[in-house]
Design a protein around this ligand. Sequence first.
Ligand SMILES: *Cc1c(COP(=O)(O)O)cnc(C)c1O
Length: 492
Amino acid sequence: MPTDPTRLPSDGRSAQQVLAELRTLRETDAPTRGGRTFAYVYDAGRAELDGLAAAAYTELATVNGLDPTVFPSVARLENDVVRAAAALLGAPGTQGTFTSGGTESILLAVKAARDHARAARGITAPQLVLPATAHAAFHKAAHYLGLEAVTVPVDPATFRADAAAMSAALTDRTALVVASAPSYAHGVLDPVAEIAASAAARGVLCHVDACLGGWLLPWLRGTGHQVPAFDLSVPGVTSLSVDLHKYAYTDKGASVVLYADAELRRHQYFAHAAWPGYPVVNPTAQGTKSAGLLAQAWAVLQHVGEAGYTALAGRVADASERLLAGLRGIGGVRVLGEPVAGVVAFTVLGGASGTEPDPGLVLHVADEMRAAGWYLQPQLSYEGMPPNLHLTLTPATVDRVEGLLGDLAAALRTARELPPAAVDPGLAELAAGLDPELLGPQEAEAVLAYAGLDGAGRLPARTAPVLMLLEALPAPLKERLLKEFLGTVFRV
Ligand SMILES: *Cc1c(COP(=O)(O)O)cnc(C)c1O
């Protein structure tokens, strides 16, 4: 072990030692394989994929994806991946880009739309029209790129975007309108065709966020499931994002953004020749990038193949259907909307009537499940949409569904016996009176400490009291406290 943690070991440590330390560090992480972590990770349940991805990464690890003319393998691999995505998603032969993830694909689609709106329609103060369920990455894009995000309420019963309300929100300044296929929070499919048609009628671009569903829904059709049209074949859809590091089961750092035509994609590119260095032209936000990520994605796609993805999608649908049936059979549980496969969100009913979503119970159940070795992702309430637990189904979870449901029933019983998770009313009052703009770091840290955080970036074993505080606060204050907390996680 290094003696002085502020300095690197003077003589260096053996490879064996550093690798052993990495393995030790992983012991406190949630497991990424084995089907007990129902968010963040996508496990095909095919152990050979990990070795293949690692070997393919290694093969191109030192290649710089910055310049495909010096490293032509990069162009060949990226074109193979984009061609396969375009063919799968309704626009064979169209153009796109391999990116580092869904967030980058979305940032680039929004940038392309912004620059297209400026060039083609003279829009200088662009708007981005989003259903309330659109992924936060669109708000990040609006924030980074200087667009005004216009959020439109979704149908309160189905959690699907309201096409008429989306259409009514379009203005002469709308650069881009978004539909999800499906939404991250609830896994429901927006009415893509209606949203795209009203956008097209006004000359507005339309992006389909298929980060989650783009590599699942097309293969599901091959297993006999009916899936409404959602992709670039739908008239009016002008761009689409699909993550490979989700249902294509590649390693993290792999997504594709596709455009209906190459003219639109040109607005995504960045070129700069007015400096003394090499003439720069970048398709993405990155400069230097390892071609290893592209190589591993290419290798996994080639290895799994069409029959493989069809079979894997069938396993996801099987897990979803059995989980949904099980959840619907548990009293006091309500599944939110009609998920299309992949993601399921459910809330827990309580309160005086026993029929209202109960945030404290939801969060207690999350903690009980965590203690039992399952990770379900808590989602807080927002604009009338209830707090809930979010589960991502993958092929590896198929054999876990019965065990999960059994432990969930037990967790529900325990949660109902526990003292209600509630925020200290004094703390809630104090916090609600704070102005996030004026809050200094000491005050913010004091609120976090009062809420039970240790200042060292760790969550307590029971997260319900902390999340109940967030549940009670307005979004800007939540955001301020989240940043303060992250600063304590990454503090050396
Ligand atoms: C995952 C996801 C994103 C963001 O993608 P990252 O890969 O996490 O950056 C965007 N939209 C949807 C619907 C997603 O599921």
